[in-house]
Design a protein around this ligand. Structure first.
Ligand SMILES: Cc1cc2nc3c(=O)[nH]c(=O)nc-3n(C[C@H](O)[C@H](O)[C@H](O)COP(=O)(O)OP(=O)(O)OC[C@H]3O[C@@H](n4cnc5c(N)ncnc54)[C@H](O)[C@@H]3O)c2cc1C
Length: 467
């Protein structure tokens, strides 16, 4: 082992190989939810694609497993390295290699923070639309490896839809330069798609050629308070119709989450006078200066009000107001931690079945676990609900931990009955590994395993994750 660490240090320099007991290694070892902890032989931080390639070659020769890590904000334990593994952080590979406004492309290294990519696009009046709560710390390599979703999927698609090309280092150290900026390229299998969403099990993504869009020139955000959950579907179709499909986000917030954000997050206030059982936070945006967006938003609200689909609403008239509304959406995630432990489910169903999903889970909890508090929120315009269930107020942590498997089955059984998925946007990692065996068909699992074996025959890349 000492010999291997010595060789790694020879590639990246002594100060870029950290022992797990170094203080500097700590941020790489603990993970977002505190459910797992890494215990690798070392953390190695390459600065170039060539260094990644040499590291992988040496690790392959030594039979050493490698776990890639980006911003370490993943929520499924995918970037957790066990004993006897090398944790490879892409953090130092943070150069934006090229921004081309005319072609609408940006080439970024895997360790670029998502928010920095958004800023680089904005600096040439373009938009990179992937946007999520962790954007200040997650990295594009991690976003690609998890095929991240976020608040703009409704309009622009997942991270997958934003990729034109990739540069990838394979498990044996070979480098695939697939960084082309072409919008059309039907020449055999579309290999980049294999690596997107593969959670570090097929190769290390070192750079990506990304697609940019015209920057929105106008936007309007609206917070709606309403009572009847089923009306969220009416509101969604109306918002799409009345805005000429300029709807970019459509998020659900339950009363419990709104109240938690207002109580615990500085600067968060509910701008509506009364409290409501449910809220929708949505945004209309357009890159056209002639589309009457404000008028469209007003007309949407008037129609919704006349149809009795909303109780109250507020529409933003300034950038500051808009930011304040979206702070509530971001705040509900952090605020939840003040309400005790939870069990989280990042699930999706067909959009039309979202109200049924939420209602059925709440009804089932009333029967089987009446003190558990449901905290369902998220990207319902994409059929994606974060169905978080909170520890009962008077229950001790261990008792709640023991009830988690039953709560998980309760949710997943309903999701699967509704034709949904047990992982909408966070991936599989370690957390949902067993669900793959339980719920994926034999043919899907065998195709996935065949692909993995073809690209990484010795199984040295991120072992134990996904399949
Ligand atoms: C507050 C908060 C809000 C969030 N909101 C959302 C949301 O709205 N939508 C959403 O989809 N997710 C969300 N997430 C989850 C998380 O931010 C995303 O999964 C993100 O894409 C992970 O990026 P990362 O750089 O942190 O990756 P990491 O956590 O470091 O890694 C994630 C996985 O990718 C692999 N990986 C990382 N880099 C590479 C690489 N270069 N090559 C190959 N494999 C690699 C890792 O091995 C691991 O399996 C949220 C997380 C938090 C903490």
């Amino acid at each position: 082992m000492t010999e291997l660490i010595h060789l790694l240090a020879g590639i990246v320099g002594d100060r870029h190989v950290l022992a797990p007991h170094d203080d500097a290694a700590e941020p790489f070892l603990s993970e977002a939810r505190g459910d797992y902890r890494s215990a690798p032989e070392c953390v190695v931080l390459p600065g170039t694609t060539d260094e990644v390639s040499r590291i992988l070659r040496i690790c392959a020769e030594a039979g050493m497993s490698v776990v890639p890590q980006g911003g370490n904000t993943g929520l499924c334990g995918g970037a957790v390295a066990a004993q006897g593994e090398v944790l490879l952080s892409l953090k130092r590979m943070n150069r934006i290699r090229e921004v081309d406004a005319l072609n609408g492309t940006l080439v970024a290294e895997a360790g670029c923070i998502l928010a920095d990519i958004q800023s680089a696009a904005r600096s040439v009046q373009r938009l990179f639309p992937v946007s999520l709560g962790a954007e200040g710390s997650c990295m594009i390599g991690g976003n690609l490896a998890t095929n991240a979703g976020g608040i703009n999927v409704l309009r622009y698609g997942n991270t997958r839809q934003q990729v034109l090309g990739l540069e990838v280092v394979l498990g044996d150290g070979r480098v695939w330069d697939g960084l082309n900026p072409l919008y059309k390229n039907n020449t055999g299998y579309d290999l980049k798609q294999l690596f997107i969403g593969s959670e570090g099990t097929l190769g290390i993504i070192t750079a990506a050629s990304l697609r940019l869009y015209p920057q929105p020139l106008q936007s309007q955000s609206i917070l709606i308070g309403f009572s009847n959950l089923a009306d969220c579907l009416n509101l969604l179709s109306l918002a799409r119709r009345d805005s000429g499909d300029q709807l970019s986000s459509f998020e659900l917030i339950p009363a419990i989450a709104m109240d938690a954000a207002v109580a615990h997050i500085p600067g968060c206030g509910n701008p509506l006078q009364d409290s409501h059982p449910w809220y929708i936070l949505c945004q209309f945006a357009t890159s056209s200066s002639v589309i009457p967006l404000e008028q469209m938003a007003q007309s949407f609200l008037e129609s919704a009000y006349e149809s009795n689909w909303l109780s109250d609403a507020v529409i933003t008239t300034s950038e500051n107001q808009e930011r304040a509304l979206w702070n509530i959406r971001e705040g509900i995630v952090a605020a939840q931690r003040n309400l005790g432990r939870s069990v989280s489910h990042d699930v999706s169903v067909p959009v039309s079945r979202v109200p049924e999903l939420i209602t059925r889970v709440i009804d089932a909890l009333t029967v089987h676990a009446p003190d558990v508090r449901p905290y369902p929120f998220g990207h319902i315009g994409d059929g994606n609900v974060h169905m978080n269930l909170l520890q009962p107020k008077d229950m001790d942590e261990n008792e709640f931990a023991a009830s988690k498997p039953a709560l998980r089955s309760l949710v997943y059984d309903i999701v699967l009955e509704l034709g949904g998925s047990f992982s909408a946007e966070h991936g599989v990692g370690l957390l949902k590994r067993e669900l793959m065996d339980l719920h994926k068909s034999g043919i899907e699992l065998s195709m996935m395993r065949a692909i993995r074996t073809a690209l990484d025959p010795r199984g040295l890349l991120n072992p134990g994750k996904v399949v």
